[in-house]
Design a protein around this ligand. Structure first.
Ligand code: AMP
Length: 216
């Protein structure tokens, strides 16, 4: 299946992508993760993207589209993929459509995970990850079983994303409304849009997505 997950930052796209990719055995393609890796590695793309990411602005379409194009061409994406964080602008959605049409690939569903801004803020400001294995935690909703120790790998070092601060999140939400929101009617017109309430538990949202995918 070829699936797009839409939703504001913190709506749970990455978390749900992880669940779906395990169930369907297809890769998650997260432009945010790829950009963070590029920043860490100090590549040309990474250097160009860093300032925008730190401020909560979008990275330019040409950089993101270039990254996505290369990733979709990799063999593991031939049997399907979940896009997390792409497209984020109408031009990205249009280029994606062209790119997929050329390869004879059709999208099966675009799922918008809906969560109000107040909940988003609480979710993002409390989230952190294990430095060693990347497992995700939350100050309030998902604490490690033993304080300061990762449940998955036993690691004791954790980090928070630099763009997970109040001012930057506010800017990310503004950008979502202004630049990403127009992709929703775009996919709706194509009959691909499905909406899911993402305010419940991870399991509850997964179940709703599962049900939608079963009929997609
Ligand atoms: P995310 O991990 O999806 O929240 O993305 C983190 C940051 O990466 C965003 O705030 C943007 O600066 C940048 N980014 C990720 N995906 C895109 C995209 N499709 N278009 C533009 N910028 C992006």
């Amino acid at each position: 299946m070829n699936i797009i997950l839409l939703g504001a930052p913190g709506a749970g796209k990455g978390t749900q992508a992880e669940v779906i990719c395990k169930a369907l055995n297809i890769p998650t393609i997260s432009t945010g993760n790829m950009l963070r890796a590029a920043v860490k590695a100090g590549t040309e793309y990474g250097l160009k993207a860093k300032a925008a990411m730190d401020a909560g602005d979008l990275v330019s379409d040409d950089i993101v589209i270039g990254i996505l194009k290369d990733r979709i061409a990799e063999p593991d994406a031939h049997n399907g993929f979940i896009l997390d964080g792409f497209p984020r602008t109408l031009p990205q959605a249009e280029v994606l459509e062209e790119m997929l049409a050329k390869k004879g690939i059709k999208l099966d569903a675009v799922i918008e995970i809906q969560v109000p801004d107040e909940i988003i803020m609480e979710r993002i400001l409390g989230r952190y990850s294990c430095m060693t294995c990347g497992a995700g935690y939350h100050d309030k909703f998902q604490k490690p079983k033993v304080y300061g120790v990762c449940d998955v790998c036993g690691g004791t070092d954790f980090y928070r994303r630099v763009d997970d601060n109040r001012a930057t999140v506010q800017n990310r939400l503004v950008n979502y409304r202004a630049l990403t929101y127009p992709t929703i009617p775009y996919f709706e017109k194509k009959g691909l849009l499905r909406c899911v309430d993402g305010t419940g538990t991870i399991e509850a949202t997964s179940k709703k997505i599962d049900d939608l995918l079963a009929v997609a």
